[in-house]
Design a protein around this ligand. Sequence first.
Ligand code: TRH
Length: 377
Amino acid sequence: MQASWEIFCSVVDNYGDAGVTWRLARQLAAEHGQRVRLWIDDPAALVRLCPEADASLPQQWREGVEIRRWPADWQPVEPADVVVEAFACQLPEAHVAAMAARRPRVLWLNLEYLSAEDWVGGCHGLPSLQPEGLEKFFFFPGFAEGTGGLLRERGLIERRRAFQADAAARAAFLQALGVSLRPGERLVSLFAYENAGLAGWLEALAADATPTLLLVPEGRILGDLQRWLEVPALATGAEEQRGALRIRVLPFVRQDAYDRLLWCCDFNAVRGEDSFLRAQWAGRPLLWQIYPQADGAHWDKLEAFLDRYLEGLSPSAAAALQALWQAWNAGEGMGAAWTALQDDWPELVKHAERWCARQAARPDLAAALVQFYTDWL
Ligand code: TRH
């Protein structure tokens, strides 16, 4: 069943809003044959993820998706069969009026942020009554039955496992980024917001018995890194050595390449929403810096995810991982937490693949969205 879809994305800050909606748009087109239009108010964020895209164009087609710049002065267009409002971005009023008048009826979905909290299942799929008979529903991604599932492309896990089993492919990918691994070096990636806890972690890595190569895509954490390294500047390609720790600054790579970077690493520090999920699909141990919320509500979200993720771990491994994640999001105590975690490393490695397999056994979000529309018809 081929339908037309519109996804509205307002870029709050960073890359997650664009990252999630671009990924979903491509998947609906590629795997479900849907006609997809992505409205984005800041195309520049999308260009970082898809360098072929041109931020100056009001309309363009990329990877089977029609990308439209969401203008401040909205020009009326015919609504699609399904309208996805990403992260409660507030649709143009004129478009809502057009949706209400359209026949056949339009399905309006509000795609919510990913959360592991228990209440999500109870809210997923609930209607939100709208004027003029328009039907709008809340669509919650999630880690449990009864939610909308997780964004995961078809065959992703199989591709990831094949890549990780191919040492030449890994070496070639890293080489293309100017990275060559030294024997015995552990590979770690770091994608984070500003974090006062970084210095403590770097101190521990520099003093560690195991040498580490830390790959840092250029971004918001570079300021903290530069201060710890006490260097005048830190540009893409810069490399520094401190004790057992080698640090290399990478360019911000296209979205698909970022996946392979995560697949190459033994440990990934990620943030926000999309990179957080991609690190789980990488099947490797991870560290999550959740997007901080003014009222501290992010701590409930962090603990809710840990409650699910730590299931099945030994008490010592669970306690060590929880302490590390809490230290990272509190911005202190990373050195001691990292050192304490080393004893449980082998168990955490096995667990990461187990968690990935468990989550990958459930229907993916794009398929759930299409099914939701089919059931609604
Ligand atoms: O950029 P983020 O911090 O986005 C955040 C979150 O989405 C958060 O939930 C939201 O509230 C806030 O924005 C407004 O983190 P996230 O979600 O991981 O998105 C980053 C995207 O950037 C993701 O799609 C991966 C991509 N990426 C690349 O394509 N190349 C790179 O080199 C790197 C480091 C990331």
